[in-house]
Design a protein around this ligand. Structure first.
Ligand code: SAM
Length: 195
């Protein structure tokens, strides 16, 4: 089993749109299966992440939950292991082996905060894990966590049903579009506009 869901706590409309979107983009690109957003309900963030998944592929589930306590309770009751990313937790290298063993058998929920994180999150988490013990960002913390846990999956991951795909190139933006099937067989893919 390798199923990781990111729980974004305390999203605030008018303040966190960009960071919450980046948490979702990072979760998807680095190998998580979905994001659950709590706090203020924000259709724009959900739609923007859903649009990215429709264009660039999935599967990646995006949804809102009002009651994050209930969500965590039922995730734990179904066997999920909860990791809370916090600068106060144990350094990732100290717990990485155990987390990899857990991930082989159980779903994982990775919690990231925005403003002050309620104390009960520390208590309900199976592991409080730090990416260094300095304050930085939920996006950076999540990227490093997923990269280490999944051993660089971000460099190998592929997505099904993608409408577009980047062809890495040292100088140009090269993008293949799915409907242009011939291009996939063409040894010289065309330049495309920035997506
Ligand atoms: N001031 C908040 C608190 O006291 O809980 C934290 C705000 S921080 C900008 C937002 C989130 O980034 C945190 O909830 C945590 O998930 C993540 N984060 C920031 N620094 C981190 C670190 N060094 N290790 C792990 N996660 C971190």
């Amino acid at each position: 089993m390798r199923r990781i869901t990111v729980l974004r706590l305390s999203h605030r409309v008018g303040r966190d749109e960009r960071v919450t979107t980046h948490v979702g983009l990072t979760a998807r690109a680095f190998g998580a299966s979905g994001i659950v957003i709590s706090g203020d309900e924000d259709r724009d963030v959900i739609e923007s992440l859903t649009r990215v998944t429709e264009l660039w592929g999935g599967p990646f589930e995006v949804r809102y939950v009002k009651d994050w306590r209930g969500y965590l309770r039922s995730a734990k009751a179904s066997g999920a292991y909860v990791v809370h990313l916090t600068m106060y937790g144990l350094p990732l290298p100290e717990v990485l082996g155990e987390l990899r063993r857990v991930l082989a058998e159980r779903e994982m929920v990775v919690v990231v905060g925005s403003s002050k994180v309620p104390r009960e999150v520390y208590e309900v988490a199976d592991a409080n894990v730090s990416i260094g013990n300095q304050p930085h960002s939920e996006v950076a913390a999540l990227a490093v966590f997923l990269d280490r846990l999944l051993d660089g999956l971000v460099f190998r991951i592929s997505f099904s049903d993608a409408k577009v795909r980047v062809v890495p190139d040292p100088r140009r933006k090269v993008v293949l579009r799915r409907r242009e099937k011939a291009l996939a067989e063409d040894p010289k893919p065309s330049d495309d506009k920035l997506l």
